[in-house]
Design a binder for this molecule. Structure first.
Ligand SMILES: NC(=O)c1ccc[n+]([C@@H]2O[C@H](COP(=O)([O-])OP(=O)(O)OC[C@H]3O[C@@H](n4cnc5c(N)ncnc54)[C@H](OP(=O)(O)O)[C@@H]3O)[C@@H](O)[C@H]2O)c1
Length: 253
């Protein structure tokens, strides 16, 4: 049986671990050639080796224009095309009331979580997708759909990423579909402080589905949104993958 992404090339930022690694693994299992990228060449190399044939790497910081150009260029030169871009890498350097944030950390969060997805999408569009078509998947957060006492700055960037998704979907159709995923709490390094030492059990109890997310929960949604044969009439949309947290009765924080 033909694999659903056979013949496709995908680029996944932040693909060395966590959700990005899970998406890379799912795409490779579906037959795609996958370029993963993160700041650490060593971790990318280790992950590419672990995931095996079909997974390649080129290190780069998503916030640097020259790195973005190099990684997108390497994808096209080495793999010959660029059908799917997953804007997954993000940062969260500040926790506290938004009113008190210092401007350097505000700007850093905006640069990595919002400007970078626009930059990488511009490059993918101009260098491949405008002519050949493609799919963009932006990894946002349920934080982009609600408020939080300590994560306001991060959440504002994730909310803006959801609107960027809608805006670009309107502009880039019919050639390119642009969608987003808004995960709840997923057990990765990024969110470790929120789930380690039993804190995750407390959060899980507030979710109707009574568990935290796993990277595979997000990877399956990314696979759906990346695959034209499954989601070919879906664009400008957000899939919330949160165990029902947004509709639960209780809230933490
Ligand atoms: N985990 C959750 O509960 C959760 C919930 C909602 C949304 N999300 C979103 O899901 C996405 C992935 O998060 P995760 O939990 O999988 O995080 P993670 O496990 O910490 O992985 C982050 C990945 O991004 C890379 N990265 C970080 N900063 C980068 C930069 N400036 N340039 C290039 N690569 C960078 C990291 O590698 P290097 O360190 O080598 O660069 C790593 O590969 C993020 O957009 C996050 O906001 C996560």
């Amino acid at each position: 049986m033909e694999k659903s992404l056979q013949g496709k090339v995908a680029l996944v930022t932040g693909g060395s671990r966590g959700i990005g690694k899970g998406i890379a693994a799912a795409f490779a299992a579906a037959g795609a050639q996958v370029m993963i990228s993160s700041r650490s060449a060593e971790s990318c190399a280790a992950t590419a080796k672990e995931l095996g044939a079909g997974v390649h790497f080129e290190a780069g910081n998503i916030g640097r224009v020259e790195d973005a150009e190099r990684v997108v260029g390497a994808t096209l030169e080495r793999l010959g095309r660029l059908d799917i871009l997953v804007n997954n890498a993000a940062t969260n350097p500040y926790a506290g009331p938004t009113i008190d944030v210092d401007l350097p950390r505000w700007e850093k969060t905006l640069q990595v979580n919002l400007t970078a997805p626009l930059l990488w999408t511009q490059l993918a569009w101009r260098r491949w997708m405008k002519e050949h078509g493609g799919a963009i998947v932006n990894i946002s957060s349920v934080g982009g759909l609600t408020t939080n006492t300590l994560l306001g700055v991060y959440d504002i960037t994730k909310s803006a990423l959801l609107h960027l998704t809608r805006q670009l979907a309107a502009e880039l159709g019919p050639k390119v579909r642009v969608n987003a995923i808004a995960p709840g709490l997923i057990k990765t390094d990024f969110a470790r402080v929120l789930w380690e030492e039993g804190r995750g059990d407390v959060v899980a109890r507030t979710y109707p589905l009574k568990r935290l997310g796993e990277v595979v929960d997000v990877a399956e949604a990314a696979l759906y949104l990346a695959d034209d044969r499954r989601s070919g009439w879906v664009t400008g949309n957000t899939i919330v993958i949160d165990g029902g947290g947004l509709v639960g009765f209780e809230r933490i924080g």
